[in-house]
Design a protein around this ligand. Structure first.
Ligand code: GL4
Length: 815
């Protein structure tokens, strides 16, 4: 927490304006105002933004190839507690703070849930006072911007660094690090000792850009360090003596420049899908090597004992993308520190912990041996040695050769990165109860049986400061009026809201706040798309990546069914609904793109049909991301969490919606299971196959979608609509979607669950008519959402993983 008076702030702002731009405030652009404000705030926190606490505390390093931060200004002001004085000060200078907040870029350095989770964790680590820092990549281009052209997704590059630099970053050239690719590795004798020599490598410079992560009113400022890849500068301190020799030709110089800069050029736009590209492997090693070397350098600078690294440092790998932390740490301990293999291994395995985020086979990273050998010769040698020793351990314990093959790190010419992570870490966690159970009982059963003590669950969470306090100020205000301020630092206190569940004044107020948020979203939709949506209709929202398993298609089939029903029965009594979608498809994911086109075509059909006016609307909001989520989620009545059971590891938007009072329509998948445990089936809408049923079907080759299609005529009608011209403007995309359901036997059980979904939707619609019952349910949802604060999640990581058995950080051991 910092304090600054309005008067002081104004002086500061003015002099900063002069020092940065040499011009008066009233001549500066909005962009300049924003730069000046960020610069003033950075000055204010500078003293607290200390480099390291490694001397006094164990430090956590969270490695993630994605950090989906969202805009920072509002959240920084909130956490610092200076929003009011600054708002007032700016007003007197003729500047509107909200304009500045809205004009900030939204750094999209992640795809979806996994990257956003990493950002929530940073916020929580700082806010609970943990010394925990992020390491990632400063992509020049973030996730593409999505535009619809004739209903189809078109990707536009996200050139977010238009001004060259990011508002909140500080570049630290004195801390640049050398990362080595390719080359030859061999052993040489030096004074009777064998030394590993790496020659002819390609040197790449990793330049650190630091972003401050400000804790909530607690004086903590942690760091997110993002690395940019560059050609080594002339004054670069580290030696490149053994590097590859370049002839000096112009062309070669250009190629080399390109080689280095390409690495941090662009974020891979896939969510839950592994593409196996060489450049991606370069990215992974690049940021891992820079980060591990950075930790090591800091450690040495503070003259700490290398034999005790694991007592001072916790390294967490967010999915397998940073798995090379294992061989990289081994490399440093072996080749630079000269430790024995056994000691290096002991330190490594006690330093590294790993989170698994998906059980979908197509997301599992498997790098070809040949690719890794060439790109990272020394790293590959270490992986090979780890595997050799691991196999000899397995062989000493088991005789089942199939089992050993499944557990092997290297198999069939590929390196299985999940296996490497599990074998080399002291903790493996899933991200929700069902997901962890599936890991233990199905997907990673061999490993669980072997080392059950490594496995644990950490149900995901969300930063309630961003997703409730900042995104929904009116609701936050009501909560504070009712139960006081304490919930802001202890979200379990939200439970006290249940005392008001029969208080009609409170329920009315809740209704009014939801309505106001719906008006804000309606205005946005009107401005952007010229579609008039009624804030009195049910806002039924599905926003997330577009993926077959998330089943936007199931939602669409229900909309079509409803549409036909109204056409057949124009006097039908129906609660008016606005169905809202937001979703990006990976550019190479053809079926997902077809689904987007189908939804857009159906939206056109319905929105322009006077027969359903005032009853049905469908809106697909372009370019869904963090900033839009902050507008959409507080305005939702219904939260669609309808993935095929077993497929969504956790989901996190389900938690955000719940905290904002939406009612969840769900399968018992991911963290919906925990939501259900908290509030019971009477406070949400459940439907669909159970996990057991899905697993059984999968073991027996699925169900027959074509049989169902022929027996359920209602379903047949909407499926046929995809190909019979009923939906205007739809060509091959309709056929593709049809085939996924009928020809390819509906892998995700869309048709199988459609009837039950329709039933649950009907019940929901009935409930909405009873205003107080609906709002009571909404209140109960908010009251029970406290457990989903990522503060809770982070404290559990601290207690069970990072600080386990560690005398320092008493606070986390107490929990
Ligand atoms: C994901 C899961 O799909 C998602 O359910 C989960 O909430 C998220 C964070 O744990 O991780 N895994 C991958 S891969 N992408 C995700 O969003």
């Amino acid at each position: 927490m910092i304090t600054i008076s309005k008067r002081k702030f104004k002086q500061y702002f003015e002099s900063k304006m002069y020092s940065l731009y040499a011009q008066p405030i009233n001549e500066a652009s909005n962009e300049q105002h924003l730069n000046v404000l960020a610069s003033v705030l950075k000055d204010l926190i500078a003293k607290k933004w200390v480099d390291t606490k490694i001397d006094t505390e164990k430090e956590v390093y969270y490695f993630s190839i994605e950090f989906l931060l969202g805009r920072q200004l509002k959240s920084n002001l909130l956490n610092l507690g200076v929003e009011n004085s600054i708002r007032e000060g700016l007003k007197e200078l003729g500047i509107n703070l909200d304009d500045l907040i809205q004009s900030e870029v939204d750094p999209a350095l992640g795809n979806g849930g996994l990257g956003r989770l990493a950002a929530c964790f940073l916020d929580s680590m700082a806010s609970v006072g943990m010394s925990g820092h992020g390491y990632g990549i400063r992509y020049k281009y973030g996730l593409f911007k999505q535009k619809f052209v004739n209903g189809c997704q078109v990707e536009v590059p996200d050139n977010w660094l238009t001004q060259g630099n990011y508002l909140w970053e500080v570049v630290r050239p004195n801390k640049a690090i050398l990362v080595k690719f390719e080359g030859d590795v061999y052993l040489e004798e030096h004074d009777g000792n064998l030394k590993v020599i790496h020659k002819n490598y390609i040197p790449v410079m990793a330049m650190p850009y630091d972003i401050p992560i400000i804790g909530y009113r607690n004086n903590s400022v942690n760091t997110l360090r993002l690395w940019k890849s560059e050609i080594p500068r002339r004054d670069f301190g580290q030696t490149t003596a053994n590097a590859k020799n370049y002839s000096g030709s112009y062309e070669e110089a250009l190629n080399y420049k390109y080689y280095t800069e390409e690495i941090s050029q662009v974020l891979y736009p896939n969510d839950s899908n592994y593409a196996g590209r060489l450049l991606r492997l370069k990215q992974e090693y690049f940021f891992v090597s820079a980060g591990i070397q950075d930790i090591y350098r800091k450690y040495k600078k503070h003259k700490l004992n290398i034999h005790e690294l694991h007592k001072k440092v916790a390294i967490h790998i967010n999915d397998t993308h940073p798995a090379l932390c294992v061989p990289e740490l081994m490399r440093i301990l072996l080749d630079i520190e000269g430790l024995s293999w056994d000691e290096a291994w002991n330190i490594t395995i006690n330093t590294i912990s790993y989170t698994n985020h998906t059980i979908m086979a197509e997301a599992m990273e498997k790098w070809p041996v040949e690719m890794m050998k060439k790109l990272l010769p020394r790293i590959y040698m270490i992986v090979e040695e780890i595997n050799k020793r691991y196999l000899s351990y397995l062989n000493s314990k088991y005789s089942d050769q199939n089992k050993i093959r499944r557990m092997s790190i290297i198999n069939n010419g590929n390196i299985n990165m999940a296996n490497l992570c599990i074998a080399s870490s002291y903790s493996v966690n899933g991200v929700a109860k069902l997901h962890t159970t599936l890991l233990e009982k199905e997907v990673l059963k061999d490993f669980y049986d072997d080392t059950p003590y490594k496995f644990n669950n950490k149900t995901n969470g969300i930063a309630h400061r961003r997703w409730l306090m900042s995104a929904n100020p009116e609701l936050s205000g009501l909560i504070t009026n009712l139960i006081g301020e304490e919930w802001k630092t202890d979200t379990f206190k939200l439970k006290e809201l249940e005392n008001y569940k029969n208080d009609n004044h409170v329920l009315d107020r809740l209704d009014e706040i939801k309505y106001n948020n719906k008006v804000l979203l309606s205005n946005y939709i009107m401005d952007k798309y010229d579609i008039d949506v009624d804030p009195n209709s049910i806002f039924d929202v599905q926003v997330k990546r577009l993926h077959a398993y998330k089943r936007q298609l199931l939602n669409l089939i229900n909309i079509m069914t409803l549409y036909h029903k109204i056409l057949d029965n124009p006097d039908m009594d129906i609660e008016p609904r606005t169905f809202i979608f937001g979703a990006k498809a990976a550019p190479g994911y053809y079926l997902a793109k077809c689904i987007i086109k189908v939804i857009n075509s159906v939206a056109d059909l319905i929105n322009n049909d006077p027969r359903v006016r005032g009853k049905l609307k469908v809106v697909f909001i372009e370019n869904y991301g963090v900033s839009l989520a902050e507008l959409i989620i507080p305005a939702a009545n219904v939260s669609e969490q309808i993935s095929t059971t077993t497929k969504e590891a956790s989901g996190t938007s389900n938690m955000k919606f719940m905290m904002n009072g939406a009612i969840t329509m769900a399968t018992l998948d991911g963290a919906n299971v925990e939501i259900h445990e908290l509030i019971g089936k009477e406070n949400m809408f459940l439907f669909g196959l159970t996990a057991e049923e899905v697993l059984n079907y999968n073991k027996n080759g699925g169900y027959s979608s074509i049989d169902l299609y022929h027996t359920d005529l209602g379903l047949k009608q909407v499926v046929d609509d995809l190909i019979n011209g009923f939906i205007p403007n739809l060509g091959k995309e309709g056929r593709e979607v049809y085939d996924s359901l009928i020809t390819y036997n509906d892998e995700y059980f869309v048709l199988r669950d459609a009837k039950d979904y329709e039933r649950a939707q009907r019940e929901l619609s009935e409930l909405y008519k009873k205003k107080y019952d609906w709002n009571r349910m909404s209140l109960i949802n908010i009251a029970n959402s406290g457990v989903f604060s990522s503060d809770r999640t982070i404290k559990e990581y601290g207690r069970d993983i990072w600080f386990r058995g560690c005398e320092i950080n008493e606070e986390f051991n107490k929990l």
